[in-house]
Design a protein around this ligand. Structure first.
Ligand SMILES: [Zn+2]
Ligand SMILES: [Zn+2]
Length: 280
């Protein structure tokens, strides 16, 4: 069954987030468990977690995924920022486990001058320091490659996993279409789309990609700029999206949108993706 949803707010509680998702036409979804631009992680109480589980099952919205705060930087050369980041990820993982959400995704971070190799090694080392709760898998998200961010190339993500104390049982990958495109991965025709799938399989492995972020890109191929656009209205375009989401290797993965929240909104984007998926 095709699983498509959007990032929704938990401002009115976790159960309300499920209802909101269903209203938008989504049947899977993503949430933050704290402020996306702060370090504070809300502890989830058992009652709220129960209400969330009941709503998710009643509305048939799953799987869910938690997105880590944007401040996390496991690639940093600075010890204090690394410690803060590890503590924040750990708290977010506990919240994810309490909610029985199977996936937690975060951006690996930026090396801020220490060099890409050091940044990748830092991520691996700090992943190893985490205590990943049973039933939760951490997904590393590919980045657009802006500035000194690490995780732009697929072999880099694979190295973060392979050099850590964990393996692909506890770690996995979340691919973002806007970030792939900004990093120079094209899906402009069948041949390049097949090349991309071949590279995914040869590096992180297709079976280790557990979730997809669907966002069109405001900027051209290889721009390294991370600015999302409505599906079909950016540089990837409708044809590129149709190719990506209907590819045999990817069509069964759950997908969530992080498109701009302006006049079009998530309901329009979910509807657009459903049409593209169905081939109309
Ligand atoms: Zn993300
Ligand atoms: Zn992005």
């Amino acid at each position: 069954m095709f699983r498509i949803g959007a990032h929704v707010s938990i401002a009115d509680g976790f159960a309300a987030a499920v209802e909101r998702e269903a209203e938008l036409g989504g049947n899977c979804g993503q949430v933050f468990v704290g402020s996306p631009r702060g370090w504070a992680v809300s502890e989830v109480d058992e009652g709220d977690a129960d209400a969330f589980r009941d709503a998710a099952s009643e509305f048939d919205v799953s799987p869910w995924i938690v997105h880590g705060t944007y401040l996390i930087n496991l690639a940093t050369p600075k010890d204090d920022l690394a410690t803060k980041s590890i503590e924040c990820v750990q708290a977010e993982l506990e919240a994810t486990a309490t909610l029985d959400i199977p996936y937690y995704v975060f951006h690996p971070g930026a090396h801020t001058g220490a060099g890409s190799e050091t940044g990748i090694a830092n991520v691996a080392e700090r992943l190893s320091e985490l205590d990943i709760p049973d039933g939760v898998m951490i997904l590393l998200e590919n980045t657009a490659g802006k500035g000194t961010t690490v995780g732009k190339r697929l072999p880099d993500l694979n190295e973060m996993v392979e050099s850590s104390a964990y393996d692909y049982d506890d770690l996995g990958i979340c691919l973002d279409t806007c970030h792939l495109f900004a990093a120079g991965y094209d899906f402009g025709d069948e041949a390049v789309m097949d090349d991309l799938v071949t590279e995914i399989d040869a590096t992180v492995g297709l079976e280790n990609v557990h979730y997809l972020h669907l966002n069109d890109s405001r900027h051209p191929l290889g721009s390294e700029k991370d600015e999302h656009e409505h599906i079909g209205e950016g540089a990837i375009g409708e044809a590129g999206f149709r190719r990506f989401i209907t590819h045999d290797a990817l069509r069964d993965k759950p997908m969530v949108l992080e498109t701009p929240e302006n006049e079009k909104g998530f309901a329009w984007n979910i509807e657009t993706v459903k049409h593209l998926y169905a081939g109309d």
